[in-house]
Design a protein around this ligand. Structure first.
Ligand SMILES: [Zn+2]
Length: 121
């Protein structure tokens, strides 16, 4: 199946390290790859470490703590989804649905970022 791409919804450019969405940039100059010096540095350290270990370029070394954090957040997301599913069987009011959906949205929070503790915001 071909991926569906809705016009005007092109994927935003993301930091090569933390995956934060990069700000729009004018057409002049080289496109930014990282959101800041800290991310550039960590990406460099990763590349050096994987190269030294003889691992392929796209391998990312993740600590047990970072992986646990991601799995915790995925678990929270799953629980929030199950809450919505349960609510739907109980003929919710519009207000209840809205509250439930905003909880769900909150639990997705920073799921797209593995290294959440690195930067605030
Ligand atoms: Zn970054």
């Amino acid at each position: 199946m071909r991926p569906v791409r809705v016009r005007g919804s092109e994927e935003p450019r993301r930091c090569g390290w933390c995956r934060r969405v990069l700000p729009e940039q004018g057409s002049v100059g080289r496109p930014r790859l990282y959101c800041g010096q800290a991310c550039r540095q960590r990406a460099y350290e990763q590349r050096s470490a994987t190269a030294k270990a003889g691992l392929p370029d796209d391998v990312v070394l993740v600590s047990r703590g970072e992986l646990d954090g991601l799995q915790d957040r995925l678990y929270q997301l799953r629980c929030a989804l199950e809450d919505v599913q349960t609510l739907l069987t109980e003929r919710p009011t519009k207000a209840e649905l809205e509250r439930s959906l905003s909880d769900l949205l909150r639990s997705t929070g920073r799921l797209d970022r593995l290294w959440v503790s690195e930067r605030a915001g």
